[in-house]
Write a protein of this length. Structure first.
Length: 397
């Protein structure tokens, strides 16, 4: 005997005032109301919003999410997402850790040393550009690559610029661009949100848990370091080391989280950072430690700072405390100022305060690469990454 599908009026619970006839018909059309058995059928429709959500996902392959800017956006269901892009390399780091198979392009360029630690196929991704530092994304190529969804992730609390850029990109491409707060204490939440959007909840929870614990492990130690023991650090950017960041810049935040005091007393260059300064200013600030861009990957002034007589009277140079920031597979403290900074704050804390944070950075780095990228790196590789900053555990305490 053919089973009769109940009508909308027959099935609508008296309390379900928010359930529309349209939602009910969506559910029927989606095959959600196949069999009914008394109260079980009624409970299946109670709370019409869930019925509508399920029907939308089944029929339209769309769902609605709310991003960290409070915007409700319609995005594809996870099964429909094949290619993901981003407004900057900062967001690319997250997707590389979470779902590298979904990378639809790259917002950064890499050398062979960095590619060694990135997912297979990264070298073949098309460079689509970045909005960082007033850059541009190739919208035409982005559309040709069939990008399904985009993310704009910040390194600090979302700014109006972040929001405006994402809205403009979304309007121009007709692809959803979700805003995510990537502040240090929000990194676990960022991974969980991305995992929900992309259908990678299990991996996202693994990353969220690790990142939360990894951050707190060093943050709790740094919080207890007396202020009068804090060490001044000059961040030497650019080919001559004469561009830097003041303490108000998000590009300095990784160093500050590691316990450093910012030596530079200058105005912040908003957007891309990198304020121009003179050598006379650096001499006046007389930092105790200098962190420079390396020479091979970033074309920094690491070698010149240590050997040029013009820098020789600075305390950091006299005491041989000039270090090159590791860059595998991204810079550890900055550029992009994203989740890659987590390893950087461990590095800075151990470098500056081994008496408080006495760990073996080789062990910490191996753990980080395994958890974040699924890569086993051997001890010799890590020691090479660390360069002259590596000191075995216990040797400075």
């Amino acid at each position: 005997m053919e089973q009769k599908i109940p009508t909308y009026e027959e099935m609508r619970p008296a309390s379900a005032t928010t359930c529309s006839r349209r939602a009910f018909m969506r559910a029927v059309a989606g095959g959600l109301l196949v069999t009914f058995a008394g109260g079980a059928a009624a409970s299946g429709l109670a709370g019409c919003s869930s019925v509508q959500s399920a029907a939308d996902a089944t029929i339209l392959h769309k769902r609605t999410v709310t991003d960290d800017a409070g915007r409700e956006l319609e995005i594809p269901t996870p099964d429909q997402i094949k290619n993901v892009f981003f407004t900057s390399a900062l967001a690319q780091v997250y997707i590389t850790c979470l779902a590298p198979e979904l990378l639809g392009g790259t917002a950064a360029k890499f050398d062979e040393r960095q590619l060694k630690y990135l997912p297979e196929g990264t070298k073949d991704l098309k460079y689509l550009g970045t909005l960082h530092n007033n850059g541009e994304i190739d919208r035409e190529t982005l559309l040709k690559e069939d990008i399904d969804i985009m993310f704009s992730i910040s390194g600090i609390e979302l700014t109006q610029q972040n929001i405006s850029e994402a809205i403009d990109l979304q309007n121009q491409t007709k692809k959803p661009c979700l805003l995510v707060d990537g502040s240090f204490d929000k990194i676990p939440d960022a991974f969980r949100f991305l995992g929900d959007c992309l259908g990678r909840e299990e991996r996202a929870e693994e990353l969220a848990t690790f990142c939360g614990e990894f951050y707190e492990r060093v943050h709790s130690v740094v919080q207890g370091i007396p202020q009068d023991e804090r060490i001044t650090v000059y961040y030497a950017e650019g080919p001559e080391g004469l561009q830097t960041e003041p303490e108000t810049s998000q590009h300095m935040l990784g160093f500050l989280e590691g316990g450093a005091l910012c030596a530079a007393k200058c105005e912040e260059t908003y957007g891309g950072g990198m304020t121009d300064v003179s050598l006379e200013q650096v001499l006046k600030w007389d930092p105790e430690v200098i962190i420079s861009w390396d020479v091979d990957t970033r074309g920094g002034a690491f070698d010149d700072i240590r050997t040029n007589p013009n820098w020789s009277t600075i305390t950091a140079v006299k005491t041989d405390r000039v270090y090159a920031m590791p860059n595998e597979p991204w810079a550890w403290c900055d550029r992009p100022p994203g989740v890659n900074r987590l390893i950087g704050i461990h590095w800075i804390a151990n470098l500056l305060y081994p008496q408080y944070y006495d760990v073996d950075m080789v062990d910490v780095t191996e753990e980080y690469f395994k958890k974040m990228f699924g890569i086993d790196v051997d001890r010799d590789e890590v020691i090479q990454m660390l360069g002259n900053s590596y000191t075995p555990k216990g040797s400075k305490s």
